[in-house]
Design a protein around this ligand. Structure first.
Ligand code: PLP
Length: 371
């Protein structure tokens, strides 16, 4: 089998797996308790928080563990807005993940005003669009660091600067970026940032929200006093340790990984071209390494996905078939890809476990299906 859907999830790294085991078995103490069995888990959580904070140039006290990216996004948006009058507003973009978009739908239903910015044909949010959308009633801007369908990296530092000039907080969903490109919260000037471990070879069901010191959010989960009273629930010690271990591995090899994945991506594109296939690459050149959104002329993305699956290759699509018609994803619609290509969109996201032989094989399989 060839796994080429690393933006969906990744395998747990062997080092993360090993690091997690003691906290699931012998050292199972609840970190909040007072006896000695809790001491080691408490230290492990504290150490992991340091590693995770250092990876984005934050302080450990600015990292709050969550159940993943979805919870972190929900918390950033709702935890900010719930403090204020319902007539207040939030600005986001049309290409956000549904964790953000559907949080906005929920907030809108409660009476908050949501303004959704368009993107250009490369999938980039324009600074001028944000500038003109900022009004006195806006409290928060939430724009993702990297898009999960087309890999495009957004100009977050510039957008955050504009938000701050208007006295508005800035959140970024960095779920696809953390562990894959350098991220520095101070350079980006973000107030909040979401991340999820299973996108960088950590375990599923664990992530974090970075909250800059001085920024206030209301908790969404009430209960015990964990995470300094901000996020109740017994800590997922094994998950937290696994996340820190996997992240550390990625951070140490960031450059090498990017180089390798860029080579694989170029090879795939060259192979597809050499086979005479008519396709477009979606998104900007400034993208997450290994992330490719390809639209094949006259093809059906979902059919392509299923045929590739039968041949043993896992990819994602940018469209989904309902009973009559192919429905384009919100991202492919937003970048206004030409119709004759848009319906034939697949997302190939390569990882360090992919080889050049596998990339050749994927190109060959696509050519066999489409010719
Ligand atoms: N945000 C983005 C950009 C994502 O790609 C994902 C996962 O697909 C999420 C949020 C949700 O993260 P999680 O699966 O940890 O809830």
């Amino acid at each position: 089998m060839i796994y080429a859907d690393h933006a969906a999830t990744t395998a747990l790294s062997p080092a993360a797996y090993e690091a997690m085991l003691p906290w699931l078995q012998d050292k199972y103490g609840n970190p909040s308790t007072l006896y000695s069995l809790a001491r080691d888990p408490r230290k492990a959580v504290a150490h992991s928080r340091e590693v995770i904070a250092a990876a984005i140039n934050a302080e450990p006290s600015e990292i709050f563990f969550t159940s993943g990216g979805t919870e972190a996004d929900n918390w950033a948006l709702k935890g900010t807005m719930f403090q204020y009058d319902r007539r207040k507003g939030l600005i986001t973009s049309v290409i956000e993940h549904h964790a953000v978009l559907n949080s906005c739908v929920a907030l809108e239903r409660m009476g908050y005003a949501i303004d959704t910015l368009p993107v250009d044909q490369m999938g980039i949010v324009q600074a001028e669009a944000l500038q003109s959308a900022l009004t006195d009633d806006i409290l928060l801007v939430s724009i993702m660091l990297a898009n999960n369908e087309i890999g495009t990296i957004e100009p977050v530092a510039k957008l955050a600067e504009i938000a701050h000039q208007g006295g508005v907080l800035f959140h970024t969903d960095a779920v696809q970026a953390i562990g894959h490109i350098p991220v520095d919260v101070k350079a980006l000037q973000v107030d909040m940032l979401s991340a999820s471990a299973h996108k960088f070879n950590g375990p599923k069901g664990i992530g974090y929200l970075y909250i800059r010191k001085g920024v206030h959010l209301v908790p969404l989960l009430d209960g015990g006093g964990q995470e300094r009273g901000m996020r109740a629930g017994t800590e997922n010690v094994a998950g937290i340790v696994g996340m820190a271990t996997a992240l550390q591995e990625h951070i140490e090899h960031l450059q090498q990984e990017a180089e390798y994945l860029n080579v694989l991506s170029s090879k795939l594109i060259d192979q597809l071209k050499s086979k005479g296939l008519d396709f477009r690459m979606n998104g900007s050149h400034n993208r997450i390494p290994g992330s490719l959104s390809l639209s094949f002329k006259g093809a059906d993305g979902e059919m392509l996905l299923h045929r590739l699956d039968l041949m043993g290759t896992a990819v994602a699509t940018g469209s989904a078939c309902d009973s009559k018609d192919t429905v384009l994803s919100h991202v492919i619609q937003a970048i206004a890809a030409p119709q004759e290509y848009a319906h034939g969109t697949i997302r190939i996201t390569l990882g360090m476990d992919n080889t050049t032989e596998q990339v050749d094989m994927i190109a060959q399989q696509i050519a066999t299906i489409l010719h």
